[in-house]
Design a protein around this ligand. Structure first.
Ligand code: 4NP
Length: 147
């Protein structure tokens, strides 16, 4: 079954494009996209150091371009996945009345890690640590979607 999955972070240049790239490589039959709650990097490709860290694992992100999350995304996707609690709050602020699209934390799909968010490597500079967590969570997401 094909699902429509949207990954969301703050800038849409580090965590959410990385999650999208890891997920589409693993499960290419789904419709995927990513977006930022901010409009700070609209039109930009993923951040260079994140692209480099992903490429070292065989994950290509260079075709992706940042866009801002919009209320209409609630109707265009079956599942919206944020990277931290601020993302979830900013997403929920735009939920249209009556819409019931699930919004989850990516870390919900990696309970064995015990993390409650994906730390932002734009600030921590730990791009590999973010990718490690994203890879485990995407595996859990894939399993969840397979039921
Ligand atoms: P992201 O990281 O939300 O994982 O894309 C960020 C990238 C850029 C900024 C903040 C977070 N920024 O402040 O420009």
């Amino acid at each position: 079954m094909t699902h429509r999955i949207l990954f969301v972070c703050l800038g849409n240049i580090c965590r959410s494009p990385a999650a999208e790239g890891v997920f589409r490589a693993r499960a290419p039959h789904h419709n995927t996209d990513s977006a930022g709650t901010s409009g700070w990097h609209i039109g930009e490709p993923p951040y260079g150091p994140m692209q480099k860290a992903a490429r070292a694992r065989g994950i290509e992100l260079n075709d992706l371009r940042a866009r801002q999350f919009v209320a209409g995304d609630f109707d265009r996707f079956d599942l919206i996945i944020g990277m931290d609690a601020n993302n979830i709050a900013d997403i929920e602020d735009l939920r249209p009345a009556g819409n019931e699209t699930p919004v989850r934390l990516l870390t919900d799909f990696a309970p064995q890690i015990g993390a409650d968010h994906v730390p932002d490597p734009y600030y921590t500079r730990d791009f590999d640590g973010a990718l490690d967590l994203i890879e485990v969570a995407v595996e859990g997401l894939d399993a969840h979607l397979r039921g």
